[in-house]
Design a protein around this ligand. Sequence first.
Ligand code: DON
Length: 302
Amino acid sequence: MDTILKEIVKQVTPLIGSGEVASYIPALKKVDPNQFGIAIYSKSGELYEIGDSRVDFSIQSISKVFSLTLAMKHYGESMWERVGREPSGQPFNSLVQLEYEYGIPRNPFINAGALVVSDMNQSRFASPQHAMREFVRRLSGNKQIQYDRQVADSEFEFRARNASMAYLMQSFNNFDNDVEKVLRNYFNNCAIKMNCVDLAKAFSFLSNKGACPHSGERVLTGQETKQVNALMATSGLYDEAGNFAYRVGLPGKSGVGGGIVAIVPDQFSVCVWSPELNKAGNSLAGMAALEALSESIGWSVF
Ligand code: DON
């Protein structure tokens, strides 16, 4: 594995410089683009890592998988009355489908869908952001995980687009709580800082039929695990989900902080990170690294 990882670093390092760090969240612009890391965690607890795998970054939309998991545990099937399970074929922050589909977002990973899920968690927890942080600390086994206040404040300041979606959904009676409060919690969750090792470990329940391999905690049932992996495979990379399935062939979830998590069911959870993004808002070097990894190791669900 170490030889494969070294080879991948050699292969993808030249790509750094050809993407762009997310700039629509001003506080994210400050990240040094010249970074790249990988962590792979097996369901039997072996960890492989290389490069900047211990450097914290903003998890952004990767947090949507944790929010979805919390909501699924509480609401079960009833949550699907408020959010769909279909790929949107649109960018993550698109509003176009929301009006003609009566305020029901296509899936829980586009921003509109994640906001509805955050609204559900707002109804369920006294402090959804504390519940979330406690959850990711437990899943990763790292008690030090925090969020970046500056990033969260920056997102809140430039919230117009996300706020528009939430108010539109409110007009269709698909939003129960105070919009500004839910937006705050959603941004705080997106601004959680983790590194590749934390994320590979935190996602390991999805590669182990719903049980966390290092703590033994049952997070989801086997059936629910399959469902989350299916949603990641169809919608985890937004309008690039098809390309990701074609190139990598695994369930995945990206974030504009440059992280991408991928799941090899019943085997491994992987996190790659490099801050520069492609046009769809997914890590450019990260995509290439996952493609090379799945090819050299023969990983694919297809
Ligand atoms: O709401 C937003 O736009 C960001 N907090 C998250 C977007 C994101 O990470 C999209 N992923 N590639």
